[in-house]
Design a protein around this ligand. Structure first.
Ligand SMILES: *Cc1c(COP(=O)(O)O)cnc(C)c1O
Length: 394
């Protein structure tokens, strides 16, 4: 193989991949409408109303409540579903830290259950063993935009009378057996942070089909007010966690491009998967046939050639030198010291969950961001060529 770019060789690729986000005159027009309306906050509710309706319809949910970000969306969904301080919440450790910190925000205790090796999604068959009398909810995370096994998780949640919350921050547009994610369980949450497939810089939404959860969530986000009640009628403790009209305007524009972008990511990810299948020592995640639409927020691949955690950052640098924006991915949350300390603080107990598959992913699994999949078909070849070149050194 030719010399690595990091050692002075020629890079596989010098052209940058498409940047994120995409926008055009539509965002500019809608933002200007908000400026000129003079209704800028979360109580003016012109664009926010339209966004909540359109986004809930997109994900097949009855109710949508916009909030400041995706982390708070999970916190509020848990609280609205009845989870309280001291209750245990089962979740996967291979996720963004916010899945856990959203529970720890109010003293609910994350219990980490390992992921499946071939999908890196919460393993339903390991969930039951982790249920205790304190367990109140399961948070399924649709990591990388790939829906978790909602059929099994719903069965288990129903059997044990647990609430099922979907952290769908990475899964806008995804579907499990033909049903959009977000309201398959009791409630679901999305993030509109800059990196996400639909974004307004920051923002989030809670979806549900349950009217009680919807009203409770609305109240928590609106300083404890009662929906359709008086302005100074506060019947529980809540906070101002509202999104602004500016964010709603941007999101309405971003949504118009979702279908086309999803088609492109889907076709490029299939091409890339075929190309990577030919490389020894490289594998991609298994896609359950029941995933009828994948959001491809991240493209995950595994290099099983004995790269250690310490060597990983060096491998990532080699990819960057070849012009491929590979990311090293998560540190398994069950090993995060801040999380372990916070669990101890809230529960009074030291706990170390055993999640060997998630921990192994720290060294084996690499990601590509979704906008790489918005490049041309021929650009997928560059990625495969770089993978071949970089792993030949191991
Ligand atoms: C982005 C993300 C969040 C948090 O969303 P913010 O809007 O950044 O607060 C939560 N969970 C997952 C899986 C995410 O990817």
């Amino acid at each position: 193989m030719n010399k690595l770019a990091i050692n002075g060789g020629t890079a596989v690729r010098t052209q940058p991949f498409p940047e994120w986000p995409h926008w055009d005159e539509l965002e500019e027009k809608l933002i200007l409408e908000v400026v000129r309306s003079g209704k800028w906050g979360g109580t003016g509710r012109i664009k926010l109303q339209e966004l909540e309706e359109k986004f809930a319809a997109l994900q097949n949910a009855k109710y949508g409540i916009t909030v400041v970000n995706g982390t708070i969306a999970i916190t509020i969904a848990l609280m609205a579903a009845g989870v309280e301080s001291g209750d245990e919440v089962i979740m996967p450790p291979y996720t963004f830290i916010a899945t856990a910190t959203s529970a720890l925000m109010f003293g609910a205790i994350p219990v980490f259950v390992d992921v499946e090796r071939d999908t890196l999604l919460l393993d339903p068959e390991k969930v039951e063993a982790a249920i205790t009398p304190r367990t109140k909810a399961i948070v399924a995370v649709h990591i990388a935009g790939s829906p978790a096994n909602m059929t099994r998780l719903k069965e288990i949640a129903d059997k044990h009378q647990l609430k099922l919350i979907e952290d769908s921050a990475q899964a806008v547009g995804a579907e499990w057996e033909g049903t959009p994610v977000g309201a398959i369980g009791d409630a679901g949450t999305f993030s509109f942070q800059s990196s996400k497939n639909i974004n307004a810089g920051e923002g989030g939404i809670i979806l549900t089909n349950d009217e009680t959860i919807a009203n409770r969530a609305w109240s928590l986000v609106n300083v404890g007010r009662v929906r359709n009640g008086g302005w100074y009628q506060h019947e529980e403790i809540g906070w101002n966690l509202r999104m602004t009209e500016f964010q709603a305007a941007i999101l309405l524009a971003q949504m118009t491009r979702l279908d086309e972008q999803m088609r492109k990511r889907e076709s490029n990810s299939r091409i890339l998967t075929e190309l990577l299948a030919d490389i020894d020592g490289v594998s991609v995640m298994n896609r359950d046939a029941r995933i009828t639409r994948h959001a491809h927020h991240l493209y995950l691949f595994r290099i099983a050639s004995g790269i250690t955690k310490d060597e990983k950052s060096e491998v990532v640098k080699k990819f960057h030198a070849e012009g491929i924006p590979v990311s090293p991915g998560y540190v398994s949350l069950n090993r995060n010291k801040a999380i372990i300390r916070s669990i101890q603080k809230w529960s009074g107990k030291e706990r170390h969950d055993f999640c060997p598959i998630s921990e192994a992913a720290e060294s084996e699994v690499f990601w590509l961001p979704h906008h790489v999949l918005l490049a041309d078909e021929k650009d997928m070849t560059d990625i495969a060529d770089a993978v071949k070149k970089v792993i030949s050194a191991y």
